[in-house]
Structure formats: C-alpha cells, structure tokens
Ligand binder design. Sequence first.
Ligand SMILES: [Zn+2]
Ligand SMILES: [Zn+2]
Length: 292
Amino acid sequence: MGRTWLGHTVLLLFVTVPLLATAYAMYTLWARMIGWTELSLFFALYLLTGVGITIGYHRMLTHRSFESSNVIRAIFLMLGSMAMQGKAIDWAANHLKHHAHADEEGDPHSPLEGLFHAHVGWLFTAPPADRERYAKKLMQDRLIVFFDQTFLLWVAVGLIIPFMIAGWHGLLWGGLVRIAVVNHVTWAVNSVCHRFGDRPFAIKDESRNNLLIGLLAFGEGWHHNHHAFPAMAYHGMNWRQFDLSAMILRMLAKLRLIWNVKMPSPDLVERRRKKKEQEQRGEASADPIPGD
Ligand SMILES: [Zn+2]
Ligand SMILES: [Zn+2]
C-alpha cells in the first residue's frame, strides 16, 4: 500500500525543515561577520577601482582608446591608482611590453611559462618594463606623472574611505578584500584569457575570449578581440559580449565627456575573421592584412 498524503507531508518536512534551518544558520553566521554597509562598500569600491583599471589604466592610459578632459582623466587615474596594481606608468609600460611580445620571449606574463607564472608569479620574477622604452610619451604628460608619483597616496585614500565609513570591518571588506578580488580578476585576464576561450581572429598570440572573465572584469575578458584590435575602446564586439566598461564609455561619449573613441574599420574586422576561417579550413591566405 502507498503512503498517505499525511505520510508524504511528514516525510517532506523531515527532509526540508533541517535544510532550511541550516541555510538560516549559515545566514546568521554570515550576518554576524558582514553587514550591508560592508557589502555595499565592497561592491561600490570593486566597481569604482575596477573601472579605474579597465577604463582608466588600460583603455585610456595604455591604449589611448579615447580622449577626454583633464578632470575625467584625473578621476580615472585616481580610481586606477586606488586599485593598488602599481604606478600608472609602470602598469602601462608592463602592459605595452605584453602586447609587443604577447606569448613570445619578452612577454612579462605568458601562460606558456605556466598558469601560475602568468597569474601572479611574474610580479616577482619578470624584470620591470623599461619606462623610457615603452611609455616615453606618458612621461611627458604632467597629469599622468602627477598620479604616477602620488600613487601611494591614492592607495591610502582607497583604504581610509572605507575605514572612515565603517571602521575596521569597512577597511577589511571595502579595502583589503576588495583589493584582493580586483587584483585576481585583473590577473585572470593575463592567465585565464591566454589559455581558455575562443579565438575568432587571425592573430599570432594565445589570447582568448572568455565569458566569465568578461563578466567579472567588466569587459576585459574579451581579450582576444582586444589583442586583435588593441586600440579599440569597446572590447565586447556584439550584444552577447557583455562589456560594462564599454557601456560606461558609450554613455560618457553620448554626454560628450569623452571623444575620438577609437574603433577598427568594419572592413579590417571582417578580413581578420575571414582569414581565421581560411586558416581553419587549411587554406593559405592570398592577401596579407595591413598592420600584420
Ligand atoms: Zn594579453
Ligand atoms: Zn591591452
């Protein structure tokens, strides 16, 4: 004979109630350690210092994907410095060296030398990129030099603000935890996005497009697109490639706060894509693409 509806209900309660209670216990444990203030500080500063890196240090400073006023440039350079990934000019020099030698001898962080090396090990072993050689133009820009020289001040600001708002727990979540997460997400662009993902264009390095890093790193995970067209301001190249940094830049362009936003010609994009398809079919490409 089958179980009655009462029997079913009792069984269901036996299974679900302890589970729900466990979830509630975990919630109370979590709530004792972190409140809404700390969570808000973490997410707000993750967003602000994250775009400081993706828009400020990377697309604006290093690749000059757009132009802007000194006020907007100062805001992004300040936010980028607060992320604690190094002085502006050092960051740009290292990154330009990476583009110049991507996955070859001289690349500061290629995963061909191991995923751990590409992620964080390179910071300890790769020689610092020569600022004179890779970032000479940036050293002639007074605003950039100012933020480069006052780097530690902005790191301190990024720690003091959450401390002032929420004390030691604010410093922990809005400062140190936030720095750890933003750093690892940025480093994942160097490690994960040169190992796992798609490569739709005909270029000679190991860069990949990776959805997860695209989401976490505000569009920087479309790293293969970026290597194919380094000056391009919008790394996500269609609606499926979510790029938060590009959304912010599009808004700033609409408000006329940034201008001369760089994009590759559709013709060049199409030719690089076609060349890749030809390579995959094993055909040799007849006409070389200018810029290769
Ligand atoms: Zn790369
Ligand atoms: Zn780049």
